[in-house]
Design a protein around this ligand. Structure first.
Ligand SMILES: *[C@@H]1O[C@H](CO)[C@@H](O)[C@H](O)[C@H]1NC(C)=O
Ligand SMILES: *[C@@H]1O[C@H](CO)[C@@H](O)[C@H](O)[C@H]1NC(C)=O
Ligand SMILES: *[C@@H]1O[C@H](CO)[C@@H](O)[C@H](O)[C@H]1NC(C)=O
Ligand SMILES: *[C@@H]1O[C@H](CO)[C@@H](O)[C@H](O)[C@H]1NC(C)=O
Ligand SMILES: *[C@@H]1O[C@H](CO)[C@@H](O)[C@H](O)[C@H]1NC(C)=O
Length: 345
């Protein structure tokens, strides 16, 4: 709260570097779980509220997007026209992935309420506020077919959606089976879908396995992490560096997945996963809040509540009753809930 006031009064750029010199206590101390249906899917790796502050919505392993109605997660949308509830609900068989679908990231258009969705098997979709079967909007850019779409974000000023394809040579199935990516793979892309013209553009290619992007509040730049380099990058949308990408955070403690905007102007939440043991794999998952200069102002350790699960997304909302709510998403098989951390005023 203290730094929220400082941010509001003095602005991010002036105050954060000073504050960063002091250890910031963990303010997000309340913890509870919103459980997914049982028996059922796992791996809610995207979590977000709609423009009316309802939800959260989650994309899960059996191909559904579910909406939390206050007491339960209920069906909201699905990607594949061939998806049958009987065959797919609760399914854990990866070979059925292409039939059942797998939403890996989504973002709401705050004005029209459409939900834009990226599918793990290479489709870019949209569904209306009533949900149901999503419409396939694109499967390729620049003549190159999408392979492993893993995150997206709506830009309300430009009315475009930014999204990432993690790799052209390594896919979601192999990643889920724990098969390592080909060494040196840097075939990832940063892409843009124009919601007005329907055009898809390639903003950047040859990225080493990018995770889901976030756009700054003023739409001047995009940030995205690289799984391989364990760095966060800043891609300029305007100004003298427009079209160029540079390192924003040089050395994370582990591999990042998605980045999302925090409620405060100029701040973001990223994730980092530290592999503490290979066989069997043990992971410690973290979230970090950072500013446009790349200063990390809060590091949050999720290991006590998430065990060895990989953390994919941290999405924060300001709340009237609590100070703020953090939703935490994970792709791991052991995670059949959305973790909710609360910060009290
Ligand atoms: C949420 O959905 C469940 C299952 O359909 C239903 O039983 C419950 O009444 C709903 N809750 C609200 C608040 O709408
Ligand atoms: C998974 O689904 C595939 C395709 O339908 C089927 O051939 C296979 O037997 C299934 N595997 C298991 C373990 O059920
Ligand atoms: C979905 O069904 C259609 C028609 O039955 C078929 O052509 C298509 O290959 C199927 N797609 C998948 C992903 O199974
Ligand atoms: C994923 O890639 C492997 C090759 O590494 C290929 O055998 C498999 O068919 C691909 N799966 C899908 C669903 O594209
Ligand atoms: C995060 O928490 C885990 C489990 O409580 C602990 O083993 C690990 O050392 C912590 N990481 C840091 C950087 O303190």
């Amino acid at each position: 709260m203290l730094y929220t006031i400082l941010l509001l009064v003095f602005g991010v750029q002036f105050f954060i570097p000073q504050l960063f010199a002091f250890p910031i206590p963990d303010l997000y101390t309340g913890f509870s779980k919103l459980n997914l249906p049982v028996p059922g899917p796992f791996g809610p790796d995207s979590v977000s509220r709609d423009p009316n502050n309802q939800g959260p919505y989650v994309g899960v392993s059996d191909g559904r997007i579910l909406k939390y109605n206050g007491t339960d997660f209920v069906d909201f949308a699905y990607l594949s026209p061939n998806r049958s509830k009987q065959l797919c609900d609760g399914v854990t068989n990866l070979s059925l992935g292409p039939v059942c679908g797998r939403p890996l990231g989504f973002s709401f258009d705050p004005i029209f309420g459409y939900l834009y969705i990226v599918g793990a098997y290479g489709g870019f979709y949209r569904v209306g506020p009533q949900g149901g079967q999503a419409t396939l909007l694109a499967t390729s850019a620049n003549g190159v077919t999408f392979n492993f779409l893993n995150g997206c974000e709506f830009d309300k000023l430009r009315r475009v959606v930014y999204f990432t394809d993690a790799s052209l040579v390594y896919n979601f199935t192999d990643a889920s089976l724990g098969i390592p990516a080909p060494p040196g793979d840097s075939s990832g892309r940063l892409l843009e879908y124009n919601t007005v013209t329907g055009e898809v553009r390639e903003l950047l290619r040859n990225i080493p396995r990018p995770g889901g992007p976030a756009v700054s509040s003023d739409s001047s730049f995009i940030v995205y992490g690289s799984f391989t380099t364990q760095k966060v990058y800043k891609y300029y949308l305007i100004g003298p560096k427009a079209g160029a990408s540079e390192v924003l955070i040089n050395s994370l403690l582990g591999f990042p997945v998605k980045i999302k905007r925090a409620p405060e102007f100029g701040l973001f939440w990223g994730t980092a996963n530290v592999i503490v043991q290979q066989q069997p794999r043990l992971t410690n998952g973290y979230g970090y809040k950072f500013n446009s200069q790349g200063d990390i102002i809060i590091l949050k350790n999720f290991t006590a509540e998430y065990g060895n699960a990989q953390i994919n997304v941290v999405q924060e909302y300001s709340d009237v009753i609590q100070g703020a709510t953090l939703y935490v998403g994970s792709r791991s098989r052991s995670v059949n809930y959305v973790g909710v951390y609360t910060k009290w005023r």
